[in-house]
Design a protein around this ligand. Sequence first.
Ligand code: NAD
Ligand code: LMR
Length: 326
Amino acid sequence: MKQPVRVAVTGAAGQICYSLLFRIASGEMLGNDQPVILQLLEITPALKVLEAVKMELNDCAFPLLQEVVCTDDPAVAFKDADYGLMVGAKPRGPGMERADLLKDNGKIFSTLGKIINDVASANMKICVVGNPANTNAYILMKNAPNLNPRNITALTRLDHNRAIYQLAAKTGKAMSGIRKMTIWGNHSTTQVPDITHTTVDNAAATDMVDSDWVNNEFMPKVAKRGAEVIAARGSSSAASAANGVVDHMRSWVLGTEEGDWVSMAVYSDGSYGIEAGLIYSYPVTCQNGDWKIVTGLENSEFINKQMKASEKELQEERDTCSDLFA
Ligand code: NAD
Ligand code: LMR
């Protein structure tokens, strides 16, 4: 039996976590041979609800779940954690953009970043979910200089999965046959869902759909899917977001499949002309618990222009909250 790993999760009494925690505990995220200890963080008024979540987790009798810690003290939640899933943050409502959340949510990530810097393992792998996810990850990174910036990522796997579904629905093919989908940039409406290098049952996706559909239906549909769910549901996506986190972490820790890649917002090394140091979504492959940006892809002028627009938005978001990091 493997040694248990510690998974710290913030916002643990919220909507996303009501799906996410059960899937972590069942072994779907880190493997069905990996025991887990859940270290759950909430704000004080939500601790009673969090206790109920703990009761339900225990009542599932998950064989891999070794312990559930509930706390409103971030120093307890992040102590010795191997993984940090940063979900706790305000969601947007109808008519809002994710960047409108920066003023309130940015503070959460600067505060937690400082605490993580003091108590967490330098190798803790972090996935930021709370919006605006890329910039919150950037704020956290700037406040946690002891951490390896490569270990601070943000979630664009939900967008990646949304793009796979849209392409499968259009082509009438199975989602399991779709490889090499890409989401570039920010988890916002400037994101760039890109099928240039995608294959469907080993054939080029671009040969199966016309560019008018790609540019005018597929791309805006994927980029605005979050708002579409909010309009229909009255609150933001939760189960699909949790699924994105499970996929993101599983790929990172257990590796991507041969001949495929996934989308993750990661610390930019300047690849594809994007400013180094931004948390930008790229196609990545993962092996041995590490990610690598896919290099050498030829992008059209159209895609390049959109990638730069998403970079610009990230630079602007960063510049509006520079008071939150040194
Ligand atoms: P929710 O309101 O249901 O839950 C959020 C929880 O966070 C609440 O229980 C709240 O008490 C808690 N919280 C607030 N401040 C906290 C803090 N400082 N420390 C710990 N916990 C804290 O919201 P949700 O639907 O679970 O969504 C959470 C976030 O995820 C939102 O910002 C939402 O926009 C974002 N989101 C991102 C993606 C993505 O793909 N990146 C997808 C869906 C949702
Ligand atoms: C999503 O993409 O569903 C989330 O980021 C929630 C939102 O605000 O759209």
